[in-house]
Design a binder for this molecule. Structure first.
Ligand code: C2E
Ligand code: CA
Ligand code: CA
Length: 470
């Protein structure tokens, strides 16, 4: 009997213990689940603003759109791009840049309200999925625009920061990624001020084409499909070729020749431009060294640099590397930056370009006359050459105002001890007038179109006057 009682007690104790163990295990599993869920949620939150990050926004957005009661026209997705944030950071400090981001995040959150969804999908991009609730999209855009502009903390920041927005209305079929891509695509047509561009179907074809070009461009460098052409810069006085500008050409395997104006903006948008420009820089230096070694008359080679290159890479280090690797004399290298680039980020540009200049490399201001022509940047950036934009040059023979403006630009360039070059000279008349106005150099079809290195070699060997059309 005693034995039976003992056994019964043992069984009871054992079942209590195993029950407790099971409960403890269950609790542990629940805790682990909760912790995991929390950790996952944390990885979907942007720490600085507390908004969902890209991953979080996409997941939550997908949930909303997959809901079977969501119909075409119910929602619109906005992508906001806070432009020039890098510049605010540089000019006013990172804290100010962060305050703009936070202010904007708060505004987007309040626009989302209870029924919408918002997130910080990139450093300076926000996404907002809003329920339209019968309101016309144009009304929503107008309401949002006024409000968002007012949230920027200080007037001086408000002047520097630009907002762009793209919007696409849900068509009843797209997933969140496609909807986001469509809205994002509208940002490519950036316009000044706070403007919202609405998605249209022809943008879609462009989106597909751009996406294709983007992936092809990544391969084009490895496959050697890019080539540098060179366009002579000729002295008005002597007719001698004193320099050449390197201009990229893409020999596409099926499309044939793709002009840089078609692919450079896409390369900039997707960040591939930095690799392309680095390739261009080193290729131009290698070519220059080759010409020097062949004993050809020395010419300066100028290379175009995009804004992205200055924002995302250490251009000074790239220039040093290209010069060291190729052994090209820095005094024959020239870097071209556009007037707009110099204006947008004057302090940063002044710092980098001064360092590059101290290597012996020349700096030229490109497309002059198309931007704001701020004199202050001409003072702080060590420009050696001023390139008058083609839009002014092509007018000099017909338009008196253009002629006077060009004359004033030449006088200013000379006063600042710059070499003045006229871009896009096409006719005899333009050539004569520009020479009279006092330009030093001419570049344009009148003398030669951009051509392969081998043709430049021939031009450099021929006597002056016979080597170009002029
Ligand atoms: P850009 O720097 O202003 O280059 C001058 C453009 O004007 C070139 O166009 C040139 O072919 C064209 N041009 C020269 N003379 C004449 C003329 O008499 N009449 C006319 N109608 N056009 C003339 P291209 O080669 O198509 O290049 C276009 C733009 O693409 C360049 O403008 C530059 O901004 C950009 N680009 C070209 N190569 C590169 C590169 O390697 N890197 C970067 N970042 N941008 C580049
Ligand atoms: Ca140029
Ligand atoms: Ca130009």
């Amino acid at each position: 009997m005693k034995g039976v009682n003992f056994l019964r007690t043992a069984v009871i104790i054992l079942s209590i213990v195993s029950g407790a163990l099971l409960i403890a295990l269950g609790v542990a599993v629940l805790v682990i689940h909760a912790l995991r869920r929390n950790a996952k949620r944390n990885t979907q939150i942007d720490k600085m603003t507390g908004l969902l990050n890209r991953d979080g926004f996409m997941r939550a957005g997908n949930e909303i759109l997959r809901h079977n009661k969501v119909l075409a026209g119910d929602y619109a997705l906005f992508v906001f791009d806070v432009d020039h944030l890098g510049m605010v950071n540089t000019l006013f400090g990172v804290e100010r840049g962060d305050s703009v981001v936070r202010a904007f995040a708060g505004a987007v959150k309040s626009l989302a309200g209870k029924t919408g969804l918002c997130g910080r999908v990139n450093t300076d991009d926000f996404a907002l999925l809003v329920k339209l609730q019968g309101e016309e999209i144009s009304e929503v855009i107008e309401r949002f625009s006024g409000y968002l502009y007012s949230v920027i903390p200080e007037n001086r920041l408000r002047d520097k920061v630009n907002f762009f927005a793209g919007v696409c209305i849900y068509d009843g079929a797209d997933d969140i990624y496609t909807l986001y891509n469509k809205a994002n695509l509208c940002l490519m047509t950036k316009r000044g001020g706070l403007r919202v561009t609405e998605f249209t179907s022809d943008m879609e074809n462009r989106m597909v084409e751009n996406e294709l070009l983007r992936s092809e461009m990544s391969e084009a460098l490895e496959k050697g499909q890019f080539e540098l052409y060179y366009q002579p810069k000729v002295s008005f006085k002597t007719g001698k070729i004193l320099g050449v500008e390197a201009l990229i050409r893409w020999h596409h395997p099926t499309k044939g020749f793709v002009p840089p104006t078609d692919f450079i903006p896409i390369a900039e948008e997707f960040g591939i431009i930095t690799r392309i420009d680095e390739w261009g820089l080193i290729t131009a230096c290698r070519q220059g060294k080759k010409w020097m070694d062949k004993g050809l008359p020395p010419v300066k080679i100028s290379v175009n640099m995009s804004q992205a290159q200055f924002q995302r890479t250490d251009v000074y280090a790239s220039v040093v590397k290209a010069l060291e690797e190729t052994g090209f004399d820095p005094h024959y290298l020239e870097i071209e930056v556009t007037e707009t680039m110099a204006m947008l980020d004057a302090e940063h540009m002044a710092e980098i370009l001064s360092k590059i200049h101290s290597l012996g490399v020349s700096i030229s201001i490109d497309d002059f006359g198309t931007g704001y022509s701020s004199l202050s940047s001409l003072k702080t950036i060590p420009f050696d050459v001023l390139k008058i934009d083609r839009s002014l040059v092509c007018d000099v023979s017909e338009n008196d105002t253009s002629r006077r403006i060009t004359g004033a630009i030449v006088a200013m360039g000379k006063a600042l001890r710059m070499v003045v070059l006229a871009e896009g000279v096409e006719t005899d008349e333009q050539n004569r007038l520009l020479s009279e106005i006092g330009c030093d150099l001419a570049q344009g079809y009148y003398y030669s179109k951009p051509c392969p290195a081998s043709e430049i070699e021939t031009m450099l060997i021929l006597p002056v006057g016979e080597n170009t059309a002029g």
